[in-house]
Design a protein around this ligand. Sequence first.
Ligand code: KDG
Ligand code: MG
Length: 404
Amino acid sequence: MTDRIIAADVILTSPGRNYVTLKLRTADGLTGYGDATVNGRELAAASYLRDHVAPLLIGLDPARIEDTWQYLYRGAYWRRGPITMAAISAVDLALWDIKGKTAGLPVYQLLGGAVRDRVLSYTHASAWELPELLDAIDARRADGFKAVRAQSGVPGLETVYGVHAGGGYEPAKRGAVPVTESWDTDAYLRHVPDVLNAVREHVGPELALLHDAHHRLTPQQAARLGRSLEPANLFWLEDVTPAENQEALRLVRQHTTTPLAIGEVFNSIYDCKDLITGQLIDYIRVAVAHAGGISHLRNIFALADLYQVKAAPHGPSDVSPVSFGASVHVGLSTINFGIQEYMGYDALAHEVFPHSWSFADGYLHPGDAPGLGVEVDEALAAKFPYEPAYLPVARRLDGSMTDW
Ligand code: KDG
Ligand code: MG
């Protein structure tokens, strides 16, 4: 008789921010962890796992990762969607964790082994005014980063995506309802090209510079922005338009050579396929926590490789250190991996999730602990219960809702 899953529990904890962790246990005494954190919708992901997935897992063979994936995906009938796919991701990660622990090998070895020695990462620098932004970028370079995402304030607005007065940046705010921010695309477009071109002048040619427009532009505005940023030689311009209208990227593409990245809100290969096969993007941003785990991400990245699209997974503080570690395993073993976002974590999150992955000199490594190499200090986690927190919403100056 092969090993069996005997318990599936959900750990909700808030060490600095909320995380949803799946813990699987096997009859052989192994534990596997997965991440199903969906920012601002944590309770829905936890319920989906606890109420609709956990009972199905008891008695299954943990070695059958692909079969379990297909069972949860095809078997639900209601396919895709962020909550369903985050739950499937968590199960997939926990099963890869168990497979690695069974073999006594880090997961990247099970994925074919390392194709590189270390995984390039980028982090965030933000400030309201240019001099402080330049200081923030210099500080990130001093930390060793070779790639930095730069976001700045916009004159006339009080809040802007990606910028926080205090320097550090955590978009979800604690509270029972989302904070409302205001937004003016014209003011942004008047300001941001000068900022990024000045940043390039300050940092010189080598530092990789990235910028995130956070789904707020029309195709025409995005095309104009991409073109005006060409002197800044960006590594990428991210999420220029809302992802639902994928044809928009074709128009943007026709007008600019600035590389385009998109996909952090995608949760399946079907969301990416037209953008990849149409060669409308340069980087695909799907995260292991949201797009079906390691198993599905590998399918997406294999498709992307056919079109020279590179993998660049989302890595904000709202994917837990469990799935972050999984992403670094994928990065080390995937040939068309481009870069891993590393926004960083609250010190408490590092304590609650002790991990073998590490950062040095701008690069990440998953470590060589068996499995994913991330554990959970459950006693510590229990001291930080879930607290309601939401991403902001945005309204234009005339009061109408827009994309945050
Ligand atoms: O939960 C949403 C955030 O993770 C997202 O807004 C951050 O855009 C983001 C990024 O690129 O990290
Ligand atoms: Mg983004």
